[in-house]
Design a binder for this molecule. Structure first.
Ligand code: ADP
Length: 319
């Protein structure tokens, strides 16, 4: 392989830039040429493709977002769109593609693979919901943003002796809620992977108040319901007034943490190694701190698993 491409797609996540940098530098180190495809699969269809040099990825390792921009592209879900993309790649002599993105982007990479074009998926999403890896690029940074917010909310919650409901992102996965709730010492964590029991939640709140707790923080994953909806349900059950904070898109931004930069560098470089070995149709990931790769089609078929032991622990520590 002499020439590869790289794109970022779907929801952006801090550390995508570090992954792009790793792909470009690793490829050039091994005497490959690298092309950046701008605006995700849109750029693939519209031929927004430019050559990247060592300097093109200078000064981006510490920046959130993605220098290649990202987009959602309905047309790429069609066979015509996918074949047009492959045509543009071939026109540039690009023989393999690294796709940094979430599970939707993986489906795009899977489609290219099924058309016989070599693609490697790198998990870039704050949601930590990609099968075949224990961690995704951006998750750690998002967690630190959420923790920072929880710590601040805790100050005002304590001063006013209030219960706060904090809605966090994660799409259909509860990972951001669980990890940030555990790290932030939340009283209750509500995730899509488990049905919540309002009586149990109210009992815990009351018990806390009885032992003199000045505040309560409830984390609600967006995949369950909105923070506002949950506040209404709690009010219906207890007549308790709460305050709701929806953290929203601040969770997507910011300078990536050291962990995310290291993860992105390792995964991006591994993706290039796979393409150099002639291995397309793979998804790279990390398990027990070792790099792994799976068939992208098989990886997508696996269910995402949340760490239920951690969930149990969060309940034990918040009595
Ligand atoms: P994420 O990658 O963050 O999960 P999306 O689900 O929006 O984000 O997917 C990003 C893009 O991936 C979509 O806009 C589309 O271009 C492409 N994509 C998603 N699903 C498919 C599919 N089934 N086949 C081909 N491409 C897809």
């Amino acid at each position: 392989m002499k020439r590869i491409g790289v794109l970022t797609s779907g929801g952006d996540s801090p550390g995508m830039n570090a992954a792009v940098r790793a792909v470009v530098r690793k490829a050039i180190f091994h005497n490959l040429e690298v092309y950046g495809i701008y605006q995700g699969y849109n750029g693939l269809i519209n031929n927004n493709i430019k050559k990247l040099e060592l300097g093109s990825v200078g000064d981006i390792i510490h920046r959130g977002g993605t220098m290649l921009y990202t987009a959602r592209c309905e047309e790429f879900k069609t066979k015509e769109g996918q074949l047009k993309g492959i045509e543009n790649l071939k026109e540039h002599g690009i023989e393999g593609l690294v796709v940094v993105g979430g599970d939707g982007s993986y489906r795009g990479a899977k489609a290219l693979t099924e058309h016989g074009y070599p693609c490697v998926g790198v998990p870039g999403t704050i949601d930590n919901d990609i099968p075949g890896t224990e961690l995704t690029i951006g998750f750690d940074t998002a967690l630190n943003t959420v923790i920072d917010a929880i710590d601040k909310i805790r100050d005002t919650a304590t001063s006013h002796e209030r219960t706060f409901i904090v809605e966090v992102m994660g799409r259909n996965a509860g990972d951001i809620a669980l990890w940030s709730g555990l790290a932030g010492g939340a009283e209750t964590i509500i995730i899509p992977e488990d049905n919540f029991n309002m009586d149990d939640i109210v009992g815990r709140l009351k018990k806390g108040q009885e032992r003199g707790k000045k505040h309560s923080i409830i984390i609600v994953a967006e995949g369950v319901m909105s923070g506002q909806e949950f506040a209404q349900k709690l009010k219906d059950a207890t007549n308790m007034d709460t305050r709701v904070s929806v953290l929203g898109h601040i969770q997507r931004g910011g300078s990536p943490t050291a962990s995310d930069r290291v993860l992105a560098s390792r995964l991006g470089a591994r993706a290039v190694e796979l393409l150099m070995d002639g291995k397309g149709g793979r998804a790279v990931g990390i398990e027990e701190n070792k790099l792994v790769d799976y068939d992208i089609i098989e990886a997508l078929a696996k269910p995402h698993k949340i760490n239920l032991n951690m969930y149990k622990l969060s309940k034990e520590l918040s009595i």
